[in-house]
Design a binder for this molecule. Structure first.
Ligand SMILES: [Fe+2]
Length: 343
């Protein structure tokens, strides 16, 4: 299970609810998105004037972005535009908010959790802590951190990058009169909160100030426009690759097959390994690595995932040659020379 698609959702139209969990009394919340199995969620949280909590930690990674107002974090005052990534098990100092503040709060692994502690958990990955005034202490850079890239006029500030999953948290902005004509989808879940301004997408219309989406993988979005510009906080849950095209009628399944077709063409050995271990996508199933990666009795067009843009690519001689190559090292790994710890 993952979070359901919610787009567009304009939180400014909804009311706050009192936050009753330990560590949150004295604050109010709105749920932006929720994974009903793990409890992982994205929240807008208003810490009311006089809010106070003791030093403590959470069993979930937690991210916080200050939209307005100030908060006292130990000796530090953090305000508008401040971003925190707090690894699970890392104890924060006491938190107070004399005059109140509005924030976005993300619990990435589990439901909102806090328990009093002035010590870090022994397993915390404390080096992952990020504390940054994103408005004052980080420069805008071009949006082309991934290729193929968004159009010029979309810029970003990368706030956090997970080296294992390539998940990212970032600010992005669109210049006035921003436009991008193609349609986009990704392999990752993607999330955004509009801090200010309105952008438009062909499928979902205007996303105004306070607008939010949590969008699962392979869903078409774009083309894009922004008349007056906008600034937003964005997150992905894993690697962001921009699959661009111009067909507004494709569904997520067709988009996924097209993404798989790129793996089939561009990383054919990895594709065969994945297909062999996935089983159901492969005509032979997992009948042993060597056989499964060398389906020599099957025409490439029978196993090549469908690409709605290049329907006959499986007939291309170069694609067929790559798909029919048999790698022998897998067989060698299984019979004899054992070098791995898990043997
Ligand atoms: Fe996107």
């Amino acid at each position: 299970m993952t979070r359901p698609h919610i787009e567009p959702y304009v939180e400014l139209n909804e009311d706050y609810k009192a936050f009753g969990l330990p560590g949150f009394t004295g604050s109010d919340f709105k749920t932006l998105s929720l994974d009903p199995e793990t409890g992982a969620c994205s929240l807008k949280v208003r810490f009311n004037a006089g809010y106070s909590r003791k030093p403590g930690m959470s069993y979930s990674d937690m991210e916080l972005f200050v939209l307005g107002g100030t908060m006292q974090l130990g000796d530090q005052v953090i305000g508008e535009g401040h971003y925190l990534f707090v690894p699970a098990g890392m104890a924060l100092p006491a938190i107070t908010s004399e005059d109140g503040c509005e924030t976005l709060v993300f619990f990435n692994d589990a439901e909102p959790h806090w328990q009093e502690s002035d010590e870090h958990h022994e397993l915390t990955l404390k080096a992952g802590y990020v504390s940054l005034n994103t408005y004052k202490d980080a420069p805008w850079s071009g949006g082309s951190i991934v290729s193929p890239s968004v159009a010029t006029g979309c810029m970003i500030k990368l706030l956090r990058y997970d080296p294992l999953t390539e998940a990212m948290t970032f600010l992005y902005c669109m210049t006035p009169e921003f436009m991008q004509d193609n349609i986009s989808y990704h392999d990752c879940g993607e999330e955004s909160y509009h801090i200010w301004g309105t952008s438009w997408m062909m499928q979902f219309g205007d996303l105004p100030t306070g607008g939010y989406f949590w969008r699962p993988p392979y869903i078409n979005h774009g083309s894009f426009r922004s008349k007056l510009g906008c600034i937003a906080l964005g997150r992905t849950d894993s690697k962001l690759h921009n699959y661009f095209h111009f067909n507004p009628w494709t569904n997520p399944s067709e988009n996924l097959h097209r993404a798989a077709s790129m793996l089939y063409r561009q990383r054919p050995q990895l594709f065969k390994w994945v297909a062999a271990h996935g089983g159901h996508n492969h005509p032979h199933g997992p009948v042993g690595q060597t056989a499964a990666v060398a389906p020599t009795d099957v025409a490439p067009t029978d196993v090549a995932p469908n690409d709605f843009e290049h329907v006959d690519y499986g007939d291309d001689p170069q694609v067929q040659m790559l798909a029919n190559q048999v790698m022998r090292f897998l067989e060698a790994d299984r019979s004899g020379h054992h070098h791995h710890h898990d043997d």
